[in-house]
Design a protein around this ligand. Structure first.
Ligand SMILES: [Zn+2]
Length: 565
């Protein structure tokens, strides 16, 4: 390929719309262009990178027993009604109606359609296990698309579905995918960390996310410094607190005019936030409940929702809070409340704590659990944070931001039961198929690679996914000798099967070098007058920014050895 011919328009300026480095470089290096909010077109260099990522995925999944299929993007509403997700999915789903008024959606995920596919043809245990996957566009109508392809409305995903006869089979499939994912991301040059995750809208019992750690990440994770426990904060378990020592003292009202926040209360009373009971009033399926957590912690609403087993959970409005507590917002406390109370472990061990008094401008001291209030339930409902004790080993949690590039789920029989995907076992008995599902964000993986491999000049692609391995840059393409040497080397590298691009433009060398650095070809061979006199060229290694002089006659061999061929 020649630079004069390839459609790779680079940009000098940072596009105003792009916050993340990966988003900026994908636009500036001419890998993609925005078509609409959260919708992108990929240009030739971007497609080359995507195809390399997809090929790595295919190789590893095929090796693990996966078979590639291609499912439709347009899916009939009936299947989503069968699974119960047509309404559950909400506004994130792109919905459409055909000319006969039949409803469809643009697939945000494919559990329904693949389950329906398999139920039609799988009859016997002899046809299991099965692992089917596709690489396909997905559609989610995000409220706020951002960060380029990291949170977009159309994105490329690989999704694999496993079908087993029992839990034991599912465990094997899950482990096979977990291992394949580790290999896929490592081959893409990504440093990922598998963390325990919430199963969210997909459902199921068990899940891991593969996270790329970095400040740009949208997710917050905690991991233990002493063991290998790591989890998304949405899901991270918190250890119970030990009960404090001390004797109960009598309740005592404290005047706290206009002190409606934990910060103000800590300042006024000169006590640690951990001594305070924070009382949050929620509406769980439209009924008020109180959730208690210590002042230095936050409620994890996902955990709270699971404890309450409710369908909807929202913070109560001021009117409800006033009606329930008899006080304005900011003075709620558990003493005297007549609604269900869920207490987090962080308050269950407190002796003589401070809480709101359910009375304007008043708090109450020496509050003791089981004397002054009786919780409906004591549970883990807080958000894990750095410094917390590890549930597994008692070590200390550290927190980090991460971007999810892949997720593996054990679905169990959630979809097979709903869609009646059954098989006959050896005894002729009908059983639901046991399923798992496994996703990789392909376009997102590309962005994550850039987040981990770049510098101030541009992208530094790992060899495995680079759009080309080598760029040849003659300092002056007009110069006859340089042109001849460059063309000859171009032929030789092509003949050796090395992916090479030749910068044959009549541009200043500075412009050519800047483009090469921005796009991030791993190796640049510069052919200039001085070195050419001695039959040499300069080899520049993008990732380390090192230069070596190599005889022209040895360059092909040299590159081959760098590429491990
Ligand atoms: Zn630990």
């Amino acid at each position: 390929m020649r630079v004069s011919q390839i459609y790779a328009p680079t940009l000098r300026e940072v596009p105003a719309e792009a916050e993340l480095v990966s988003h900026q470089y994908m636009l500036r290096a001419g890998l993609m262009r925005r078509a609409a909010s959260g919708v992108y077109s990929y240009l030739p260099l971007g497609v080359r990178v995507l195809q390399k990522i997809m090929n790595i995925i295919r190789e590893e999944l095929n090796r693990a027993g996966g078979q590639e299929i291609l499912l439709p993007i347009i899916q009939p509403a009936e299947l989503w009604h069968e699974s119960g997700r047509w309404n559950e999915y909400g506004e994130e789903m792109f919905r459409l109606t055909d000319r006969h008024q039949r409803e469809f959606c643009l697939g945000p995920t494919h559990e329904e359609i693949v389950t329906a596919l398999v139920r039609a043809d799988v009859r016997s245990y002899k046809q299991l296990p099965l692992m089917l996957y596709q690489i396909q566009n997905k559609y989610r109508d995000e409220i706020r698309p951002r960060f380029g392809v990291i949170r977009s409305r159309e994105f490329i995903m690989k999704d694999l579905y496993s079908f087993d006869r029992d839990e034991e089979g599912l465990d094997k499939s899950y482990q096979a995918m977990y291992d394949a994912y580790s290999r896929i991301f490592s081959r893409c040059g990504l440093d990922t960390r598998p963390v325990e995750a919430d199963t969210g809208a997909i459902g199921g019992d068990n899940s891991h996310e593969f996270m790329v750690l970095g400040d740009a990440g949208e997710d917050l994770i905690v991991y233990c410094q002493d063991c290998d426990y790591a989890a998304n904060v949405e899901r991270a378990e918190c250890a119970p607190f030990e009960a404090e020592e001390g004797s109960w003292q009598s309740l005592e009202e404290i005047p706290t005019p206009n002190v409606t926040t934990i910060e103000k209360l800590v300042e006024l009373l000169e006590i640690d936030a951990s001594r305070l009971i924070k009382t949050m009033i929620y509406l769980a399926d439209d009924k008020p409940i109180a959730a208690l957590v210590s002042g230095n912690n936050n409620i994890n609403e996902i955990k709270l929702k699971k404890v309450l087993q409710c369908d909807t959970l929202v913070l109560a409005d001021a009117g409800t809070i006033e009606a329930v507590t008899g006080a304005p917002v900011g003075f709620a406390g558990p003493v005297g409340l007549e609604i269900p109370i869920i207490a987090d472990y962080s308050v269950s061990g407190l002796v003589n704590a401070v809480a709101g008094a359910n009375k304007a401008d008043t708090h109450i001291a020496n509050v003791n659990i089981n004397r002054d209030y009786i919780p409906t339930k004591i549970a883990d409902i807080r958000e894990a944070k750095a410094g917390d004790k590890c549930v597994r080993c008692g070590g200390t949690f550290t927190s980090a931001r991460g971007t999810e590039v892949g997720q593996v789920f054990k679905l169990g029989t959630k979809y097979s039961k709903a869609l009646k995907a059954n098989f006959l076992d050896e005894n002729g008995k009908e059983q639901p198929i046991v399923m798992g599902c496994y996703g990789i964000g392909v376009s997102r993986t590309m962005a994550a690679i850039i987040e981990q491999h770049h510098d101030e000049d541009g992208i530094c692609w790992p060899i495995s996914v680079a759009p080309f391995h080598v760029i040849i840059v003659p300092v002056s393409y007009k110069d006859e000798e340089q042109r001849a040497a460059a063309e000859k080397l171009y032929e030789e590298l092509n003949a050796a099967g090395i992916e090479v691009i030749l910068d044959d433009r009549n541009e200043r060398p500075g412009v050519k070098f800047k483009d090469a650095d921005l796009i991030g070809y791993p190796y640049r061979i510069t052919i200039g007058p001085k070195q050419l006199q001695d039959g040499n060229a300069e080899l520049f290694i993008r990732s380390s920014k090192t230069k070596v002089v190599v005889p022209l006659s040895e360059i092909v061999q040299h590159i081959k050895s760098l590429l491990n061929r």
